[in-house]
Design a protein around this ligand. Structure first.
Ligand code: FRU
Length: 476
């Protein structure tokens, strides 16, 4: 295969080489962000599933580490290490700790293809998450099914117990279990067959969040990877209450809410154990169509989660993690610029005003006030031949659209105070578009020609105002 360095993202995570899928065991310990991930250490395609590993202090620059949990081969059983989570067992409830220190415990799905079976295993680490020892009495949860996976475990402080959310994919449901020692688990309840049930359910997570930041208004966000309108894969979410046993959906069972409107964002899980009550998740950008070499699959930008009250109810808002701003602010003047109050009058305004921004590793934050223009927005990956990827807003259809070659993806968006804000994170082959402070997000993959590096703002058939535009170049 031909290497494709032109499409390897710079500020999104990829494995040094070979296949990557779901983020696993996201956990922050003592100032270090751990990122484990579904990985094939041997080939650039899915298989030999193991937990790859990397760490970071800023969620942008990653240090690659050896595989943390490898597949287990025995005489008649192959055990693949499927998705799951990691917790810091501070009080050593599991008894796996050493010298008075609590261990890191990974809770993952053991997939045993020869037995056609999935069950939940645990493994512990006493070296800060670098190496793990599998628990001798695994599995810890087994309901004798072929498909039963992706345990997400959190600590419930008020109840002093661990809570596991795990999927029964083919039955479109999740189960909740509790434990006091991470070894013995008790089934609490089930939730499912609501929302979007066209596809199997995978990679669930349950996160408590404050609505509008109000300490008196807590809601639970249940995210599930399954389908979405645009594609075979995607993520949906439910908001509701969790009383320690049962999750109750706020919305009618038929309501469908989506985390990301594109067809690549999948299997996202939140970080465990973050300080300052932060809630940040990372998702996998599932590779489709075009193959990349010698790596395949990348992670999304880390995203902060928030619930906000809107006219249609409580909705999930996402923003690129706020801690990334520290890095953007520190970039040298040659790598950032901004401008204000530009009238766009039926013409295209190049934004790559200096050639050094021609790297397709830009982060653009643009706010437009709508005028008479029917269409406005940004173009990236512009080529001399006139082709580009258009991130446009139709003021007649009230839709955001992304046009790349023959493909058009669109979603309904209403302006807020007559404005549209687009945060566009373009990184060689990934394009994440956050609309109106992250009320909606559309993520997609594009594979532009090496020479297609221009970008601009535009308004068509009338006028619009570009109130402010900021550009950061995150090239190395
Ligand atoms: C989601 C998924 C998970 C599973 C893992 C296997 O992409 O199918 O359900 O644990 O990938 O790699």
């Amino acid at each position: 295969p031909v290497p494709t360095p032109q499409w390897r993202p710079v500020y999104h995570f990829t494995a040094p080489q070979n296949w990557l899928n779901d983020p696993n065991g996201l956990i922050w310990i003592n100032g270090v962000y751990h990122l484990y991930y579904q990985h094939n250490p041997f080939e650039n395609k899915w298989g030999h599933m193991s937990w790859g590993h990397a760490t970071s202090k800023d969620l942008l620059h990653w240090q690659h580490l050896p595989v943390a949990i490898p597949e287990i081969e025995s005489k008649d059983t192959t055990t693949w290490i499927f998705s799951g989570s990691a917790v810091w067992d501070k009080h050593n409830s599991s008894g796996f700790g050493k010298n008075g220190k609590g261990p890191v415990v990974a809770i993952y799905t053991a997939d045993q293809p020869k037995q056609q079976k999935e069950s939940q295993f645990i493994a512990y680490s006493n070296d800060g998450g670098l190496t793990y020892t599998n628990y001798a009495a695994n599995p810890v949860v087994d309901i004798h099914k072929k498909d039963f996976r992706d345990p997400s475990v959190i600590w419930l402080e008020d109840q002093q117990k661990w809570l596991m959310t795990v999927a029964v994919p083919a039955e479109h449901k999740v189960q909740f279990y509790s434990s006091v020692n991470l070894k013995d688990w008790k089934l609490l309840s089930e939730f499912g067959n609501q929302g979007d049930t066209r596809k199997i359910w995978e990679c669930p997570s349950l996160t408590p969040l404050l609505v509008d930041g109000n300490p008196a208004k807590k809601k639970w966000l249940l995210m599930v990877s399954s389908g979405n309108r645009a594609a075979a894969t995607g993520m949906q979410y439910f908001t509701g209450d969790f009383d320690g046993t049962t999750f109750t959906n706020d919305n009618p069972a038929s309501a469908q809410l989506f985390v990301d409107e594109g067809k690549t964002f999948y299997a996202a899980i939140p970080y465990n154990h973050l300080p300052d009550n932060r809630h940040t998740m990372i998702g996998w950008l599932m590779p489709f169509e075009t193959a990349t070499h010698p790596w395949r699959g990348q992670m999304s930008i880390p995203r902060d989660l928030a619930l906000k009250t809107t006219e249609t109810g409580i909705r999930l808002f996402q923003q690129p993690a706020a801690i990334l701003n520290a890095y953007l602010d520190k970039l040298p003047a040659t790598k950032k610029w901004q401008q204000q109050n530009i009238s766009l009058e039926g013409k295209e305004l190049p934004l790559n005003n200096r050639q050094r921004f021609n790297t397709n590793t830009n982060w653009i934050d643009a706010t437009f006030t709508l005028g008479t223009a029917t269409d406005l927005g940004l173009k990236v990956a512009q080529h001399n031949d006139g082709s580009s990827v258009v991130i446009g807003y139709s003021n007649t259809r009230h839709q955001l659209y992304i046009t790349a070659g023959k493909e058009v993806q669109q979603l309904d968006v209403m302006p807020v105070n007559n404005r549209i804000r687009l945060q566009v994170l373009f990184d060689k082959s990934s394009l994440e578009v956050f609309v109106n402070d992250g009320e909606k997000v559309l993520t997609t993959l594009v594979f532009p020609d090496k020479a297609a590096t221009g970008f601009s703002a535009f308004a068509e058939n009338g006028s619009a105002q570009l109130n402010s535009v900021k550009v950061w170049n995150l090239d190395k």
